[in-house]
Design a protein around this ligand. Sequence first.
Ligand SMILES: [Ca+2]
Ligand SMILES: [Ca+2]
Ligand SMILES: [Ca+2]
Length: 311
Amino acid sequence: MKRKRSAALLFTKVLAVGFALALATPAPAPASLAAPLQPTAHDDFRVTATSAGHDIGTFARSATVIEFSAVTKGAVSAQVTLSVGGKTFTASKNIATGDARWSGGNASLQPDDRLALTAFTSALESKWIKAANAAKTPIPLHRDLTARLAMLLAEAPVGTKIGTQNVPRPVEQYGKQKRPDSSIAVESCLKEGAFATVPNSPERSAMIAACQESNEDGILYTGCNVNAWVVHDADSHCFLGETIYVGPASSDCMGKCGGGCFIITGYTYDCADHDRCGREHGGSTNPWDSECGDEYWEADDDFLWSTNQCD
Ligand SMILES: [Ca+2]
Ligand SMILES: [Ca+2]
Ligand SMILES: [Ca+2]
């Protein structure tokens, strides 16, 4: 039932409450108001301006400072700018038209940048995503996109220039990649090629380069806690298919887009391919991670558009 109140009475009450609060609340120290924002502590997350439709702030991990600015426009589109150690990355997404774009303006990320971004995604998960889930409220689009861009950048191949990528929303599919009959692992490389060349020779490198394959699956969900047929290639071997256990019950959430078990993204084949490649050929600070560059680019649509199917 709605109760009517006189506007004058309400105004008087608001004034009275405000006055009482002003008396009861100690004034903040002038120094904290005047201090410029210079985060220096470990994993220091600060929001300097916020509303339902935007957030601006900083995150610092050791010497690396990330500045973020994110805005939702018209309820269906969002724009995010992340400055990582002075390098600017942007993303935009429109869920009505299915358009998305992200760019680094040809900047490249170094191991320290990636470690800061990984810590930043953890902060976003606890401050924004888990908080929204606990309150059973939807995650604002600009916060969702901030987290997805941070996760994507956290896994960018070290030293690789990041230009502008157009990533329209692909058709989301569900199902299984066909596994070759009665095989545990299959490498496409011709045995004759391996026998005919010497390890670590230019001829062997050329032979392996010739047996790399692209494998863009759009967004194809693996399902949850299943054996999936995943594929990758690298500088040291040809296109290789293997059966890997993926899902929330697997080690470190194998197949989930983004590091670890971050809540918002899905378990997909392209992210499983990239995860497997990263585990075999390099962790977050390993420069050889560039071997998984093709798997990375094939997964960017999964990072930006996939949704969690398993929790
Ligand atoms: Ca993909
Ligand atoms: Ca590869
Ligand atoms: Ca793939």
